[in-house]
Design a protein around this ligand. Sequence first.
Ligand code: ZN
Length: 246
Amino acid sequence: MKLTVLGCLGAYPYKGQGTTGYLLESGGFHLLLDAGSTTLVQLEKIIDPLKLDAVILSHYHHDHIADLGVLQYYWQLYPTTEEKPLLPIYGHTLDEFHFNDLTLPGVTEGRPYFETKQLELGPFSVTFMKTIHPVVCYAMRFVENSTGKVFVFTGDSGYLEDFQEFAKDADLFLADTYLFAGNERHKAHFTSKESGELAKKANTKKLVLTHLPQHGDLQKLKAEAEAAADHQLPVELAEVGKTFEI
Ligand code: ZN
């Protein structure tokens, strides 16, 4: 599978870079993972947005759904002679207002996922874990069925020991790392130190830091995560347009 970064800042866009959004592809299946600000314009550079097969959302904070409404309009209004199928948008149901917004009749269809139930989504089997965050948010573990490769996305989360099991042996661990070391046990996000520690404890093969802060030295953030992982696995910073073969 291939992961492409469409946006990787936390909270708000800054100097041309947008907030959380990724394209996850496998065998011709195109999944949009979160839809933060500028997601749609970045997506257009890579594929025709009408080629998306599904969207899945970790939670309903603005920096993860800012472009969802305009994506729905794109599907509704883009002139084409081809018939457009309904675009499925997967989200949790514990926030009824936002879940209901995933459905635009005749255009997109909100579909629920549940922490207790594995979701079969195209070429992926997906499992979920509720994170530590001010609103309900889920981390996701994607297994590519054809290869057994594993990609884990933390969503947004404060430190949670359960990631040690949830991210176990992941080929790529994409971790919310909004904070520099020294701010541990925050209520909403990992620090660089926590990302590195969890990546190592879970025996992941590669750590990618995302949901990055706008201010401060990102090389320092990366070095802190590398040190916390005892330099036992590669650590990279997410960057718009960067791709990862998993
Ligand atoms: Zn959030």
